[in-house]
Design a protein around this ligand. Structure first.
Ligand code: HEM
Length: 227
C-alpha cells in the first residue's frame, strides 16, 4: 500500500482525477459566464446578483477552496511527473519516433500548462482579486440596494483588443491541453474498455474543442458586439 501511494501510477491517477475535476469546474464556470451574453441592464443585474451569490454563499466558498486545492495539486503533481520523466530520459530523442501517436499536444503539455497557469494569474488578478480585495464600481438596484458591479469590470476589460486577443490565444492553449489531458485521463482512471476507445476519443475531442471555443466567444462577443 505504501509503495502504491508513492508510485508513478498513483501520481498519474491523481493528476488525472484532479484534471477531470477541473473540467467539471470549467463547465460550471462557463455556464455562469454565459450570462454575459444577456444584453443591457437585465444582463448586468443578473450577472452582478450571480457574482454576489458566488462570493457569499458558504457552499460555493467550500467548492472554491476545493477548486483551488485541485489546481494546486494538479500543478504540483504534473510538475513532479515531468521532472521524473526528464530524469529518466535526460537526453531527448534526436528524432521523433514514426509511430508516436502522442502528438504535439502530448509532448508539449508542460508548455501548454504553463501558458494556462500564466493565464490564470492574469485572469484572477483582473476579476477575482478585484472583486474580493480591489476597488469596485457599484450598481444601484431598483430597490435601492447597491451591489458590486463585476459586470462593468468584465465588459470593460474586454474592450481592450490586446486583452481580448490574449484570452482567445490562451483558449487555444487550453484546447490543446484538454485534448490530450482528457484522453489520457480517461485511460489512466481505467476506462480502457476496448469497444469504447473510439467513443472516449470523440468525447475528449468534443470537450477539448467546445469548452474553450465557447469561453473564447465571450470576450469576442463583448469586444465586437456588446456596447
Ligand atoms: C474567457 C472567459 C472567462 C470569463 C469571462 C471569466 C470570468 C470570471 C470572473 C468574472 C471571475 C470572478 C468571479 C468571482 O470572483 O466570483 C472568474 C473567476 C475565476 N475564473 Fe474565470 N472566466 C473565464 C475563463 C476562465 C478559464 C478558462 C478558467 C480556467 C482555466 C477560469 C478560472 C477561474 C477561476 C479559478 C476563478 C476563481 C473562482 C472562485 O473563486 O471560485 N476562468 N472568472
Amino acid at each position: 500500500m505504501n509503495n502504491y501511494l508513492t508510485s508513478t501510477i498513483f501520481r498519474k491517477a491523481l493528476a488525472s482525477l484532479s484534471g477531470l475535476f477541473l473540467v467539471t469546474f470549467l463547465i460550471g464556470h462557463l455556464v455562469g459566464n454565459l450570462q454575459l451574453f444577456i444584453p443591457g441592464i437585465q444582463g448586468q443585474t443578473q450577472f452582478n446578483k450571480y457574482a454576489l451569490f458566488m462570493t457569499t454563499n458558504p457552499v460555493v466558498k467550500v467548492l472554491s477552496i476545493i477548486t483551488y486545492s485541485a489546481i494546486l495539486l494538479h500543478i504540483l503533481i504534473t510538475l513532479y511527473l515531468v521532472i521524473q520523466s526528464r530524469k529518466a530520459r535526460p537526453v531527448g530523442y534526436a528524432v521523433s519516433v514514426g509511430n508516436d501517436t502522442s502528438g504535439w499536444s502530448s509532448r508539449n503539455m508542460a508548455i501548454l500548462g504553463t501558458i494556462i497557469l500564466f493565464f490564470l494569474v492574469v485572469h484572477l488578478k483582473s476579476f477575482w482579486y478585484k472583486m474580493h480585495f480591489g476597488e469596485m464600481p457599484f450598481q444601484y438596484l431598483s430597490d435601492g440596494t447597491k451591489i458590486k458591479d463585476l459586470y462593468q469590470v468584465t465588459t470593460s476589460a474586454f474592450k481592450n483588443p490586446l486583452y481580448t486577443f490574449f484570452y482567445v490565444f490562451c483558449m487555444g492553449a487550453l484546447s490543446l491541453h484538454l485534448k490530450h489531458g482528457v484522453e489520457s485521463a480517461i485511460q489512466t482512471v481505467g476506462l480502457r474498455i476496448k469497444n469504447y476507445q473510439k467513443l472516449f476519443k470523440y468525447v475528449a475531442i468534443a470537450v477539448a474543442f467546445s469548452i474553450p471555443a465557447i469561453f473564447a466567444s465571450i470576450p469576442l462577443y463583448l469586444y465586437f458586439i456588446e456596447v
